[in-house]
Design a protein around this ligand. Structure first.
Ligand code: AMP
Ligand code: MG
Length: 330
């Protein structure tokens, strides 16, 4: 049996179940026009439901592993939020009828339990890219296993991403999987057949393509444009929400993902990057901060030792870091 086989299997099943719940909520948001797009409740309901499904699934296999997730159930236990809680319970039970209210709330709370970040733990973002989710665009369900500060397994569910960007008939909804020492894989969300994926082999920076966030508050689009100019790139940036960007680099659809942070002292949450890092690295790519340091997942719920994040196919990583040093020097 391969080293992470049980973890890989459990993580895939958990993410698929969570993607089903999130897709159901997003489709209802689009179809019924019942909820306003400025209303945060659909994303809240899906966030809680996704976390409950993922943690309960992992708990059945790994009784002792710490789980670190974005949500906690305290708000759902208040009398004012009873309607929200009931909706979460209904959605979770649609996917897993074996769970009752007590279990659902307890599983959500597992995500904020004690954790020694220097040891083995799981981290999950039940919905990454909530702004994209609300716009009806890209989002991801992201789950990773960390050992000694390094993501060793990542599963990224991207329900709205094209299975094959060159063939729209193949539909949308993909799962990216990265396992340390085994490589990176892609499968459609509704099929078990996996394909091995690789980052691009482009070494000529002028022929590469960048991807970055849609939301301009999340990173510096102007710095990204200056880096692209310095490297002589001509293709416009591919803007999409969530860790789907890591998947896009891992399968060679883009060569670089830039996240230059402008806000002083802003540090990303671990669950916003862990799964993506495992996938891209196993696809042959590279992930560091703007100084070329690896991301350190051993220091807590945020990446306190890293700020900006640079993802490439590996081959052009040094060239991108050089360009960043140039724009940083007045
Ligand atoms: P993206 O879809 O790649 O733009 O990233 C979504 C993630 O950005 C969310 O999960 C947030 O944790 C994170 N985020 C929120 N505010 C900021 C900010 N000011 N700078 C960088 N990232 C942020
Ligand atoms: Mg997130």
């Amino acid at each position: 049996m391969k080293r992470y086989e049980r973890e890989r299997q459990a993580a895939i099943e958990a993410v698929i179940a969570a993607c089903r719940l999130c897709s159901a909520v997003q489709h209802r948001l689009a179809d019924e026009h019942k909820m306003s797009k400025t209303d945060t409740s659909p994303v809240t309901v899906a966030d809680f439901g996704s976390q409950a499904l993922i943690i309960s699934h992992l708990r059945k296999v790994f009784a002792a592993d710490p789980m670190v997730g974005e949500e906690e159930a305290a708000m759902l236990r208040t009398p004012e939020q009873q309607a929200l809680k009931n909706e979460v319970i209904r959605l979770v039970r649609d996917i897993d009828p074996s769970m009752d209210e007590t279990q659902i709330l307890a599983m959500i709370d597992e995500g904020v339990g004690p954790c020694d970040f220097t040891q083995r733990y799981w981290t999950l973002d039940p919905i990454d890219g909530t702004k994209g989710f609300l716009r009806g665009e890209q989002y991801a369900v992201a789950l990773a296993l960390i050992e000694q500060g390094e993501p060793v397994l990542g599963v990224l569910g991207c329900p709205n991403l094209a299975v094959d960007p060159n063939d729209p008939t193949k539909g949308q909804g993909v799962l990216f999987i990265g396992v340390k020492g085994e490589g990176a894989f892609l499968r459609p969300l509704n099929q078990a057949q996996e394909t091995r994926i690789h980052a691009s082999i482009q070494t000529d920076a002028s022929r590469t393509r960048i991807c970055d966030s849609v939301e301009k508050e999340h990173s510096s689009h102007s710095d990204h444009a200056r880096i692209a100019e310095l490297l002589g790139m001509t293709t416009p940036s591919y803007r999409l929400d969530s860790q789907a960007k890591y998947g896009v680099v891992a399968r060679g659809e883009a060569d670089i993902y830039l996240r230059i942070i402008k806000k002083p002292n802003y540090h990303s949450c671990i669950w916003d990057h862990a799964a993506g890092v495992a996938v891209v690295k196993e696809a042959g790519g590279e992930v560091t901060d703007a100084f070329g340091h690896p991301l350190d997942f051993s220091v807590g719920r945020r990446l306190l030792k890293n700020s900006s994040i640079i993802v490439t196919n590996g081959a052009i990583h040094a060239a991108v870091l050089r360009a960043i040093r140039q724009i940083a020097t007045p």
